[in-house]
Design a protein around this ligand. Structure first.
Ligand code: PLP
Ligand code: SF4
Length: 343
């Protein structure tokens, strides 16, 4: 295995990220006084690659990563952890919500901090899984035969060092009832330079390996991002995308149709279109369910079935992520579009 030294280009890029209101003010006409308190509460990170995609502070790419004073608005959503992930954690860093699969939150670090993140409560936590934390997680998975799939998430798992990631994947793969591994990441989109030959060499040993990448806008599929996806797909990794429906970013059919077409061209199969989660500090990204349904209708008429993601929304009950459908909710006798769990 080729080792990556401390100064791999992608690590240098992370180190050169825009992290303060003053730094951001050198690039955009923003109010540093208004943004500084937001950044103190929820850290900012815009790495130089992603920064190069921003044209102005209010464009759809910029809105995802530039802080907004509305994040501190107390009148919006109030819960930091609406799906009780913290309570569903049998051992630190593990979320066991569905019987057959677990989330292993391996990193508190991301290559950019998305302002709408559902795990905003964890953004930038210095605490990232260390070698000693992996053992209890492995032991829990080993002693729970119902678990068929382990999903590495975070933070971003692909920000771990190659050797450590290799070690984690090897331990999980060695559990006989774990049939497949999955990684949830934004790295191929927001820091494609991290998809190195040595990383791909490691990943390709863990087939069947599924990687779901979060892409939200067609302009994110640059030559670099397309190349990162091609390297992964060539290594036999099955690629999917998870897109978050976000007000002012992608809440219109033209943008999403263009995104899905580009994803298919890059061998990334659209998987989920996520309705925004009701997380504290993100209410300004919310979109009405009716609008999401309308967009889906439009997509179905204009693009191939292989380009249509499932439009899903998370629920507090055990049912978890459920397709959003236009079926009125007979159970409750009201017109809620989104609470027809089990129907
Ligand atoms: C989203 C999620 C999963 C994965 O769900 P899929 O529908 O299989 O993509 C697993 N565990 C938790 C806690 C989740 O939130
Ligand atoms: S990369 Fe994912 S976990 Fe990290 S801030 Fe963005 S949405 Fe949240």
């Amino acid at each position: 295995m080729r080792k990556e030294g401390k100064s791999a280009p992608w690590q240098k890029m992370l180190g050169d990220s825009v992290v303060s209101a003053e730094m951001l003010g050198q690039w955009f006409d923003i109010s540093t006084e208004a943004l500084a308190p937001v950044i103190r509460r929820y850290p900012m990170r815009i790495n130089p690659y992603f920064l190069s995609l921003l044209r102005q502070s209010s464009d759809p790419i910029a809105r995802q990563v530039i802080p907004d004073p509305r994040e501190l608005d107390e009148n919006g959503f109030t819960q930091e952890d609406p799906f009780f992930e913290t309570q569903r954690s049998p051992v630190p860093y593990l979320v066991h919500r569905y019987p057959d699969r677990v989330l292993f939150l391996v990193s508190g670090q991301c290559a950019v901090y998305c302002r709408y993140c559902m795990r905003k409560r964890n953004a930038g936590l210095k605490k990232t899984v260390g070698p000693l934390d992996v053992e209890p997680v492995e032991a829990y998975i080993r002693s729970t035969p119902a678990i068929r799939e382990v999903i590495l998430s975070g933070g971003d798992p692909l920000l771990l060092q190659d050797d450590f990631l290799n070690d984690i994947l090897s331990r999980l793969k060695s559990v006989s009832h774990v049939g497949r591994l999955r990684i949830h990441t934004r790295v191929p989109c927001v820091l494609p330079q991290r998809i190195t030959i040595s990383l791909v060499d490691i990943l390709q040993r863990f087939a069947p390996l599924y990687i779901n990448i979060q892409f939200n806008h067609p302009d994110e599929l640059t030559g670099e991002a397309a190349n990162a996806c091609a390297m992964l797909a060539d290594a036999g990794i099955v690629l999917g995308s998870q897109t978050v429906l976000l007000k002012g970013v992608n809440d219109d059919p033209d943008t999403l149709a263009a995104l899905m077409e580009k994803l298919l061209a890059c061998r990334v199969r659209p998987y989920y279109l996520h309705h925004p989660d009701p997380v504290k500090g993100t209410a300004h990204f919310n979109v009405p369910v009716e609008k999401g349904l309308h967009i889906m209708e439009n997509l179905r008429q204009r693009i191939s079935g292989i380009g249509i993601p499932h439009y899903v929304r998370d629920h507090q009950g055990i049912s978890g992520k459920m397709p959003v459908s236009a079926k009125p909710c007979v159970q409750n006798g009201n017109r809620a579009f989104d609470d027809c769990q089990g129907l």
